[in-house]
Design a protein around this ligand. Structure first.
Ligand code: B12
Length: 222
């Protein structure tokens, strides 16, 4: 992997937000995820690559350590903070890619689920591809989606779930939306979600990443 991408991944994994961040002590004074991301973009590395090959890799690495019992909740939180700091630099790069208004993307993490990062990445990539984004946030009850949909131009919904325990809430949300708005496409994603699960709960599709959703919507001519 490119050296700067590797350094960004490590900064996210270790929770090194920026140069001034006192944590972790062994990286004191060194550049963090924010400065490194800005520099990678200045060097002309495409934002999609910085996202996929550095930021997501860093989160994945800390997640793997968490699974092995080698990292703990505070480690996840500071990694998430470093990722957020880096994403602030990516956002304008994605937004500048907007070419035409394709419709409105209403997105949220389902009820009971507080995971935010993947959903925010999906929102950012959709925005960069010409979608107006209505981000309902995390822990979103099905009723909030119903309130947000009416009046939106060419509305598409995206649901995120990161916990096996919140997958039933995802099912409930899809079924609630479809009962009121059968014409609105609903797409699902998140680490435990699969294409089979998406099909079973009546979603219009599952994608493991936002790029897949963007390609799919492009093929449909939306
Ligand atoms: C960071 C993190 C946290 C942070 C979240 C911070 C934040 N601001 O979001 C905090 C510390 C809060 C947290 C809390 C918890 N977490 Co947590 N967390 C993670 C971790 C390490 C990374 C998640 C992440 O951000 N990944 C990076 C992003 C970029 O990836 P992503 O979310 O998967 O999104 C991508 C795709 O899935 C997709 N996508 C996502 N949504 C959508 C939607 C659509 C429409 C589309 C098309 C695509 C798409 O696109 C994204 C970009 O590529 C994962 C482990 C892992 N490897 O996933 C555990 C993990 C999800 N957490 C887990 C657990 C158990 C918890 C807690 C219950 C821990 C506890 N004991 O309290 C709590 C639950 C709190 C709650 N009620 O939600 C488990 C879930 C296990 C399970 N099978 O259910 C995991 C898998 C860790 C583990 N192996 O044990 N967590």
């Amino acid at each position: 992997m490119n050296d700067i991408l590797q350094r960004i991944a490590t900064a996210v994994e270790r929770g090194k937000t920026d140069r001034d961040a006192p944590y972790p002590p062994d990286l004191r004074g060194e550049e963090g995820a924010a400065e490194l991301t800005a520099r990678a973009l200045q060097q002309g590395i495409p934002p999609e690559r910085v996202l996929a090959d550095a930021l997501v890799q860093g989160m994945q690495a800390v997640g793997d350590r968490f699974e092995r019992g080698q990292a703990f909740l505070p480690d996840l939180l500071i990694a998430a903070r470093a990722m957020t700091a880096a994403m602030a630099h990516l956002r304008p790069a994605f937004e500048s890619g907007a070419v035409q208004h394709r419709g409105t993307f209403v997105v949220g993490t389902v009820a009971g689920d507080l995971h935010d990062i993947g959903k925010r990445i999906v929102a950012m990539v959709m925005e960069g591809n010409g979608w107006k984004v209505v981000d309902l946030g995390i822990n979103v009850p099905a009723a909030r989606f119903l309130e947000a949909i009416p009046g939106q131009d060419r509305c598409v919904v995206g649901l995120s779930a990161l916990l096996t325990t919140t997958m039933p809430a995802m099912e409930n949300t899809v079924r609630t939306i479809k009962a009121q708005h059968p014409e609105v496409p609903v797409f699902v994603g998140g680490a435990p979600v699969t294409a089979e699960f998406g099909a079973r709960i009546g979603a219009d599709g599952y994608f493991p990443n936002p790029q897949g959703l963007v390609r799919h919507l492009g093929r449909r001519g939306v």
